[in-house]
Design a protein around this ligand. Structure first.
Ligand SMILES: Cc1cc2nc3c(=O)[nH]c(=O)nc-3n(C[C@H](O)[C@H](O)[C@H](O)COP(=O)(O)OP(=O)(O)OC[C@H]3O[C@@H](n4cnc5c(N)ncnc54)[C@H](O)[C@@H]3O)c2cc1C
Length: 379
């Protein structure tokens, strides 16, 4: 009997689980073995990090066992990847073992790099993962008024409108808590507007005005002074805070750099449509791990998983139609007043921003349910 083809997926986040599940639906377990290697036994639906600090959702509904989310025919292995040898087609693991592969999908996302921003550690609070979102929830419960600065780093952050959404939800939370009058909210953005496109900047500025949030654009944070409780920009501007909520700087995983596969920031350069690495037709990267110049969104992870699974399954003899990634990035942004609006872009079209509406707000509140029962399962 011929040996089974071995498909190795590195990373057990949104993109890794989705691609593994899609592959398992397209390829018979008789011809291929699909294995996911990752470090997260519990899978957190990251967009809910925006809801948890404001008590808009209990975290139990945003969390599932990673093994439970994978189809039965996919093998899940908990270990840390420490190196990849593309010539030998071998991945080395922290446990001291090795895994060989015929097809490789790198989907190890990003990691925080607080060391690249002097003063960030200890001072910056955030909501990018469950632990930090819960910590922020506790801090906000005890907050009794003062200056809150909400900021984004220069680059590399996931879902670009996150700081904007946070400041709008924060205004409404502080009002409910009865301490809004004693508080000031300032939003610092490294860009000249919050959202891409002229329509987007008009909508976002109106929303911020409506929520009495001060906007400081082109504010590229250079350092944070714990002593003076201030954020200092690259141009020398200062912003004082009592509480600093700042998305941490991110970078790609160190082992990719050490293996000579990534750029100097740890991100993998891939073909923008087919997501394969250099001239290799058996090595791909998807999700936040790529160096693609598109916003890092979950929607992109799912579209990229679709493109890569179609290619691998066709290589293994399926007649599933070939799909490619067209730069699609999409998210719903909270707009306040129980409304949300869609933002969409791809390689061909400039960003499109929809009008705030109540329906999208409800969709956004229920996104995790759709994700867990349908999207991450590869359907
Ligand atoms: C607050 C917030 C709100 C968001 N809102 C939206 C939204 O509304 N819409 C939208 O589309 N997107 C949104 N996003 C973006 C979306 O969540 C991310 O793009 C997506 O989760 C990235 O998934 P990933 O699998 O590529 O990376 P990750 O989620 O980072 O997963 C990578 C996985 O790889 C594992 N790993 C890392 N290193 C190793 C190693 N060496 N060995 C083994 N395993 C390893 C990790 O444990 C992790 O499980 C949001 C993100 C955040 C933080």
């Amino acid at each position: 009997m011929a040996e089974k083809n071995k498909i190795l997926v590195l990373g057990d986040g949104m993109s890794g689980l989705t691609v593994a599940n899609k592959l398992s639906l397209l390829i018979s377990h008789k011809i291929a073995e699909i294995k996911v290697i990752g470090l997260s036994p519990r899978h957190f639906f990251r967009p809910d990090g925006l809801l948890i600090p404001f008590n808009m959702k209990g975290y139990h509904k945003s969390l599932k066992s990673t093994a439970f989310l994978l189809h039965n025919s996919v093998t899940y292995m908990r270990d840390e990847v420490v190196g990849i040898d593309l010539e030998q087609r071998i991945v080395s693991l922290k446990s001291g073992t090795f895994e060989s592969f015929d097809n490789l999908v790198i989907s190890t996302g990003t990691t925080y790099s607080p060391e690249t921003l002097p003063g960030y550690e200890g001072e910056g609070k955030h909501f990018d993962d469950l632990q930090h979102a819960l910590e922020l929830k506790n801090i906000l419960e005890k907050f009794n008024g003062g200056n809150i600065v909400v900021a984004s780093p220069d680059s590399g952050n996931q879902c670009p409108p996150n700081a904007f959404q946070f400041s709008v939800l924060l205004d409404e939370y502080l009002k409910r808590k009865g301490v809004r009058e004693k508080s000031k909210i300032s939003l610092l953005t490294p860009f000249d507007s919050i959202l891409p496109s002229t329509g987007g900047s008009k909508i976002s500025e109106e929303i911020l005005n409506d929520h009495n949030v001060e906007l400081l654009s082109n504010f590229r944070v250079n350092s944070i002074s714990e002593k003076n409780h201030e954020v200092v920009s690259k141009n020398g501007e200062h912003a004082n805070y009592g509480l600093l909520v700042m998305i941490p700087p991110h970078r790609g995983q160190r082992f990719l750099l050490d293996s000579g596969i990534s750029n100097e920031s740890g991100y993998v350069n891939v073909d923008k449509y087919y997501l394969n690495y250099k001239d290799r037709k058996d090595v791909f990267a998807i999700g936040d791990a790529t160096a693609l110049n598109t916003p890092k969104t979950g929607y992109s992870c799912i579209k990229q998983a679709e493109a890569v699974s179609s290619q691998i399954s066709r290589d293994l003899g399926s007649d599933y139609p070939l799909s490619r990634y067209n730069g699609e990035a999409n998210c719903l942004s909270f707009a306040g007043n129980k409304m949300a609006f869609p933002i969409y872009e791809d390689y061909e079209s400039t960003p499109k921003i929809g009008n705030p509406n109540k329906f999208d707000f409800l969709v956004k509140l229920m996104e995790a349910d759709t994700y867990f029962s349908y999207l991450v399962r590869g359907m």
